[in-house]
Design a protein. Structure first.
Length: 249
């Protein structure tokens, strides 16, 4: 019990872990508010948790623009032009979303109400949707490339021995190298499955998150409790990597 509490403390004391914790509480508040007779208190809790998350990402747009510039100006990049364009679009749109959102924080705090803040926030959510779309396409493209790798591995297995046998006319003794090759193939398979798991998780998280801005701008009509459950799913999946990072085995 003490070990679990210590690990949870490490998770919530991490900036990314704290943001995910607040997002989970926001999602649960959204679900409860949609299923109680008097939702005013839970709606207020949802707004406060969302506002707390905005404090943590107030200047994150700087990092996003810097990442977009790095993707655009990376020297000697072997990535195709479409992939680079998608990466730049992903981080640029995310940076624009966070920048526009930061202009409305005074309104969200109830300090300075304006007529243009809701419209600006609505436009910000559109850019978040564009960023998630680029991210989803990038992940799907990476999965397509990854699924072609096993064919290449199988095609290359044993090719070196066959060439040697043809040149010398002698049968090559494979026993000394057999275990080494098997170990390399096994390692390659583990890496392949690990990369596939990461990409599949990324696809699911981005797909879940797409519903949030799409619902906010009115492109998708969805019940609030269903939206909350989708947010919970994406949040819990996003927590896994952060939990493993702050609590290494």
């Amino acid at each position: 019990m003490a070990n679990i509490m210590l690990r949870t403390s490490k998770f919530t004391n991490d900036a990314a872990g704290l943001e995910k914790t607040l997002r989970l509480l926001q999602s649960l508040s959204l679900i409860i508010a949609a299923n109680v007779v008097q939702p005013a208190g839970w709606n207020q809790a949802k707004k406060q948790f969302a506002l707390g998350r905005r404090y943590l990402r107030f200047t994150k747009f700087i990092d996003c623009f810097n990442t977009a510039y790095s993707a655009f100006s990376a020297p000697g990049s072997e990535k195709s032009g479409v992939v680079v364009l998608l990466e730049v679009g992903k981080w640029s749109c995310l940076g624009i979303y966070l920048l526009l959102e930061s202009f409305t924080i005074m309104d969200a705090m109830g300090i300075w109400s304006t007529t243009w803040a809701p419209k600006l926030f609505n436009e910000a959510m559109k850019f978040w949707f564009y960023s998630l779309t680029c991210s989803l396409v990038l992940s799907l493209n990476s999965m397509k490339t990854l699924y072609m790798q096993p064919l290449e591995i199988e095609a290359k297995k044993g090719s070196g021995d066959e060439k040697t046998e043809k040149k010398t006319g002698k049968k090559v003794d494979e026993k000394p190298e057999k275990s080494e090759k098997a170990a390399k193939v096994e390692l390659a398979k583990k890496q392949w499955y690990g990369e596939r798991q990461v990409l599949m998780k990324k696809v699911i998280i981005d797909s879940c998150d797409l519903f949030i801005p799409a619902t906010a701008v009115g492109w998708v009509v969805m019940r609030q409790d269903l939206l909350g459950m989708i947010m919970v799913t994406g949040t819990l999946l996003g927590c896994i990597d952060i939990w493993n990072r702050v609590n290494p085995l």
